[in-house]
Write a protein that binds this ligand. Sequence first.
Ligand SMILES: [Zn+2]
Ligand SMILES: [Zn+2]
Length: 394
Amino acid sequence: MAAFRKIKKGALFTQKSFPCKQCGANLVFCADDDALKCQYCGAINQITPPPIPIQEYNFHDALDDIRRSGWSLDNQEKEVKCPSCAATFSINFHTRSTSCPYCHSPIVTNMDIFMPLSPESLLPFDINEKEAKEILKKWVGNLWFAPSSLKQFTESEGKFLGIYLPYWTYDSDTQSRYHGQRGIIYHERVRRRVFINGREQMVEDVVERIEWTPVSGHIRKHFDDVLIGATLTIPRKLADSLAPWDLENLTPYDDRYLSGFESETYQVALDKGFDYAQGYMEYIIREDVRAHIGGDRQQITDLRIYHDNTTFKYILLPIWTAHFKHKKKEYRFAINARTGVIKGERPYSKIKIFFAVAAVMAVLGGFFFLAELDKGNGSTINRQLDNIRIHIQF
Ligand SMILES: [Zn+2]
Ligand SMILES: [Zn+2]
């Protein structure tokens, strides 16, 4: 079976909602129950995803299929009509699910049908918004020199964004040929002439040298599930820093997991994602080559990596994220909604650092002052403090 699905001409953009069996209200996914839950009558509506095994697809076949299809991105905004309040609003071309900006009802679209590839598995949300807020509060509480604006943000009812981000995973069998040099350190005694008190003398130094031997070799390595964020919504560094993920628990894709969360289609193409994956694999292979070369030092002068049996999966992973402003700059953080790992950028409060440094200086200053009183010479105090100032610039 191929991953690629031919895009039907004239395919229609549609949207879905999941009414409660008991009261008809729109259901949202509940992380605590791992099911759809009615926010009004409390009814639990189980999700039974189709028992389809999660497959990996041939990377080159999929690229060929996409190229041959002449697919191009339909980057038109789409008009959505809210099933609850009937308001209409538009969403951009990579939004797969969202909520109504007026009544907050969940909206799940079929935006995937305009893309050559659709996700076939995901990890459902395991951490709810309340827990995510607690994780942020704890993180901020442990930060040194966090400005009060950040603490206020955690106390406020600031909106967190629960979003399924698209990721590629790549598997590959690699074979690498390398040429390089193995360096062995040895020590050599070197005699040289010196003048001591006007008299010529011979002294002996021990000098470290490296003996290089040309080497070449061949190594094989299999990579499994190299994970690459396919989003542009949060910075790649942040998206990739949330690993590890419990990919062994991937569940077959079902629209109902998305209800109540944002989600997007991929924005980093399949081949571009593999470029990033290759960069990561090369980094690991270089480490292996160095170990293979052995010795005390290694040089790699030529490295050729061949990929074979390259396969991929397209998956969605759950994240809580929010951003806040501090002094006109935006800071963003993200939480892995499976493990609770939090990563993010953070501002520093200059005022808090200033007072902390001033307190340290007062203590150190007092210490030096007492030390110098003993010697009866106060001039070195300023020199010492100047040294400290140089190191604590901000
Ligand atoms: Zn209900
Ligand atoms: Zn609405």
